[in-house]
Design a binder for this molecule. Structure first.
Ligand SMILES: [Zn+2]
Length: 482
């Protein structure tokens, strides 16, 4: 088989039928990303391949550093072409890393580049991509349409303005962009300086005078409502592990007041404070029918000197190994006991937690199919082995057919082929079972399962409004004239 052929990753005839017949053309519902809504509302144009492809991409920086590339060519002030060339020189050495597949798939799907990128082909690829990027078909909005994105969700601090989201959705662009409520900063009483500054921002955003913990909670509630009005139906938290320590209102009040006065909460107090707030956030989500996402298990910024040089989210993170099971179970149980358990997607970063998360999820069910979901393979696990392992853990302990599927979790407009990558692996896994005689050769049924995992399950589960399916004004006028 040729590299990245039409049947890439599809090892059986049935897998090929599934992929080409049911998955390839399904629209995208990318319910977890870090795309900047401003770039979409302003319909950003990208001047060169470095700007759209390398800017902010800590996966690529990490590979470049591992290859011995100087920091000036990763996050530093080298010219765009020098940075691109350093990446092109690195790429051949990323063989068997998902970057090797992603990068070539991206070049092929965006710019029809058929040759492998390396030092020799760099100049040609650079010129071809840059000339296409000047075209109207490569603005932020055009890219979303090109990849049939029906809905994309961004990740937003509760203090952020959602004007850009409102403008996008008013404009009827053929897709919707919704915010996600990500209140990680509300938990940071261990860092009193930045916490006090953040509470000040929250005061301004919410118009609530935050003189007490009760007012703090009220302000957060008001922002949750504001997000809801802007179409948000998801929240998200990035935590090392779930917090479920007992904490009374008066204890939280005391921790809050001291943190605002500049006294850092102890690690035990931080957990207590976070536990109380996480229950509060879940109640808000449950009351409004939202879905909560938990990204658990990242050990962030392990190389402190490198973080000091290059900043957070620069590629110096690792898989953590905290015990997850009891805390996650306790958190869900507390919520279930007060009938305030929202729908939830839990993502593990440690591959050892696949079965832990999958089985805890399966213990909390109600009339909502797949109410607590094992999230798609995340970050270091978002690759061939990790995706298969996630699909297998979910299949063996729960109902794969109700899985809400893949997300890009990306900051880049070049990451949409990650859905294609996932879909090929999904079809290959099911196709293999058919070839082995472990599933019947029922194309209609298995095709429907695939299609649902690609799009329909997420649409039905999340309850996000999809673009208006009514014909546009132009189409309606054309129709009337016939
Ligand atoms: Zn994310």
């Amino acid at each position: 088989m040729h590299f990245l052929s039409e049947d890439f990753l599809l090892h059986s005839d049935f897998a090929r039928r599934l992929y080409h017949g049911f998955a390839a053309n399904a629209p995208l519902l990318d319910f977890h990303s870090h795309l900047p809504a401003d770039d979409i509302s302003s319909d950003r144009r990208f001047h060169d391949l470095t700007e759209i492809w390398l800017e902010g991409d800590h996966y690529k920086w990490r590979a470049m550093r591992a290859h011995g590339v100087a920091e000036s060519l990763c996050t530093g002030d080298a010219s765009p072409y020098e940075k691109f060339l350093a990446w092109a020189r690195t790429l051949p050495y990323t063989l068997r890393n998902p970057l090797y597949h992603w990068a070539h798939l991206e070049l092929k799907r965006y710019f029809q580049v058929e040759e492998a990128l390396d030092e020799r082909t760099a100049k040609r690829v650079w010129e071809r991509a840059n000339s296409l990027l000047a075209d109207d078909g490569f603005t932020a909005q055009a890219i979303l349409r090109r990849f049939s994105v029906q809905v994309a969700c961004t990740s937003n601090d509760p203090c952020e303005s959602l004007d850009a989201h409102a403008a996008i959705n008013r404009a009827e662009l053929g897709f919707r962009v919704y915010p996600t409520f990500r209140p990680d900063n509300a938990l940071r009483v261990g860092h009193p300086q930045s916490f006090a500054a953040w509470v000040q921002r929250l005061t301004e955003a919410s118009n609530v005078d935050i003189g007490s913990f009760a007012a703090f909670v009220r302000a957060l509630q008001r922002r949750h409502e504001y997000f809801h009005e802007h179409g948000a139906r998801l929240s998200d938290h990035g935590l090392p592990y779930c917090y479920a320590s007992p904490c009374s209102e008066s204890q939280a009040e005391e921790i809050f007041t001291r943190a605002r006065a500049g006294v850092a909460a102890s690690p035990a107090e931080q957990e207590q404070f976070a536990s109380l707030l996480m229950l509060f956030f879940a109640r808000l989500d449950a009351a409004r029918g939202w879905t909560k996402q938990l990204h658990l298990g990242a050990l962030r910024g392990v190389n402190t000197q490198a973080v000091a040089r290059c900043g957070a989210d620069g590629g110096f993170d690792a898989v953590g190994d905290w015990p997850q099971a009891e805390r996650l179970a306790a958190y869900l149980d507390l919520l279930e006991r007060e009938s305030a358990l929202p729908k939830m997607v839990v993502y593990n970063l440690n591959p050892a937690d696949n079965y832990v998360f999958a089985t805890i999820a399966g213990a909390f069910t109600d009339r909502c199919p797949g109410k607590i979901q094992l999230g798609s393979a995340w970050w270091f696990l978002d690759q061939k082995d990790g995706i298969e392992a996630q699909l297998n853990a979910l299949s063996r302990t729960g109902l794969l057919a109700h899985f809400v599927g893949m997300v890009t979790d990306s900051r880049s407009f070049m990451s949409f082929p990650r859905h294609e990558y996932f879909r090929r692996i999904l079809c290959d896994v099911i196709g293999r079972d058919v070839e082995n005689g472990e599933l019947p050769e029922d194309e209609a049924w298995l095709g429907k399962v695939v299609r649902n995992i690609c799009f329909e399950n997420a649409r039905d589960y999340l309850g996000l409004e999809t673009p208006n399916l009514r014909p546009s004004k132009a189409q309606a006028a054309e129709h009337a004239n016939r």
